[in-house]
Design a protein around this ligand. Structure first.
Ligand code: NAD
Ligand code: DAU
Length: 358
């Protein structure tokens, strides 16, 4: 069996760790080098229980995508067949309070990675099968009104420092494709949920706060809409795009499960209360409307017809079943949240909610 070395960046984070778990199980010929700086969002515990045969194909490197010398060494040592680039600062609220890290990692880091990939690809004689797959977000398209959906042709119109930095990184990736011929792929995905997500994002944060008996903060009036996709469906889409996508192309990925924030929070209250044997409605009482996120995008929705038509991808999980499974996972993994990251998480909550009415 011909082994394929693939560089994964940000593989200790939420989506990266789920992706690594999927492909190590499903692609026996893949050998992964996982480069992650282990910021507050990265957690090697996400990968600690891999079976030995899979551990043997997972090589972790603690390092930064902004470190060009390290990247040059890794490309030389491993002759990568491709790169799947997850590493990023990923939280909108943090980008509002401290944008510079988003410029540094999401824009600067992506450019450093592109340059290292280009140099190695040129040195290898420009292999046609090489892929640089950039994992991006639907937030680059800005905000929708009550109707319509983002297609691959929707003009970029980012609202937050996070989405602006991801938009800039998308532009650089596309430019390396057009200017130098690097075989790039870009995917723009909607909101993911599932296991191993850091509890600063809506779904794990609300589950954690319900369990802790704390206030459930809802920004504004809770009417903002997101298109929710189970992380394992995203991982399958990424694998299909990486293996079958046409170089130079962009693919939008979404779950077709639009929900308002308030609907999500109420549904989580219902599921957790049911599982904890609490009276119906007891957690809903703790829903607390807090001041809105500045520049808060009203609605995201994805037109995923291109990836469905060209690659035959379809989400395999219904929203209601996958949300139940997600709650189940967090109920069984509270030690992961409390034991490994509790100091940082609590500190973040204090910082993030300072000045909010909750
Ligand atoms: P995450 O914050 O959970 O994980 C990011 C990972 O990147 C962490 O392990 C972190 O340690 C690592 N990292 C950060 N800076 C780094 C650096 N300078 N060098 C090396 N590693 C670094 O993020 P996520 O939610 O898993 O998102 C992964 C990617 O998917 C991001 O690019 C994000 O923009 C994109 N995305 C996320 C969603 C979502 O709903 N979470 C949806 C669409 C796209
Ligand atoms: O759309 C894809 C994007 O989804 C990814 O690119 C981002 O990395 C990811 O963080 C996510 O961004 P959002 O800002 O949509 O996700 P978040 O979980 O932060 O918020 C979801 C919605 O819930 C949003 O409308 C804000 C609201 N919210 C969020 C939090 C954390 C609340 O009302 N209360 C909260 O405490």
């Amino acid at each position: 069996m011909q082994m394929k070395n693939i560089l994964i960046t940000g593989g200790a984070g939420f989506i990266g760790a789920n992706f690594i778990r999927v492909v190590l199980a499903e692609c026996p010929q893949w050998r992964l080098v996982n480069l992650d700086a282990l910021t507050y969002a990265g957690n090697l515990a996400n990968l600690a229980d891999l079976p030995p045969e899979q551990q043997a194909r997972h090589h972790f490197v603690h390092g930064d995508i902004r470190d060009g010398a390290l990247l040059a060494r890794l490309f030389k040592e491993h002759a990568f067949a491709g790169v799947i680039h997850f590493a990023a600062e990923s939280h909108v609220d943090r980008s509002i309070t401290a944008p510079q890290a988003f410029v540094d990692t999401n824009v600067g880091g992506t450019c450093t990675l592109l340059q290292a990939a280009l140099a190695a690809w040129q040195e290898q004689g420009r292999p046609a099968a090489f892929r640089f797959h950039h994992v991006s977000t639907d937030e680059v398209y800005g905000s929708l009104g009550p109707t319509g959906a983002f297609s691959e042709d929707t003009p970029y119109d980012p609202s937050s420092p996070y989405s602006a930095s991801k938009a800039a990184s998308d532009h650089f990736v596309r430019a390396y494709g057009r200017t130098y011929g690097l075989p790039i792929l870009i995917t723009n995905c909607s909101n993911n949920y599932g296991p191993y997500q850091f509890p600063e994002k809506l779904i794990p944060l609300i589950i954690d706060n319900i369990l802790a008996g704390q206030a459930l903060p809802v920004y504004g009036d809770g009417s903002n809409v997101r298109d929710w996709l189970y992380v394992l469906d995203h991982c399958q889409a990424l694998r299909q795009v990486f293996e079958q996508g046409r170089p130079g192309e962009t693919y939008n990925i979404g779950g077709g499960a639009e929900r308002t924030t308030l609907e999500i929070v109420r549904e989580l209250c219902r599921i957790v209360d049911g599982r904890q044997g609490r009276a119906t409605g007891s957690s809903e009482k703790r829903i607390t409307f807090v001041s809105d996120r500045p520049g808060h995008d009203f609605r995201y929705a994805i037109d995923a017809s291109k990836i469905k038509r060209e690659l035959g991808w379809q989400p395999q999980h219904s929203f209601s079943t996958a949300l139940e499974a997600t709650v189940e996972w967090y109920l069984g993994h509270q030690p992961w949240v409390e034991g490994v990251k509790s100091g940082d998480y609590r500190q973040w909550l204090e910082l993030n909610y300072a000045g909010r009415n909750c």
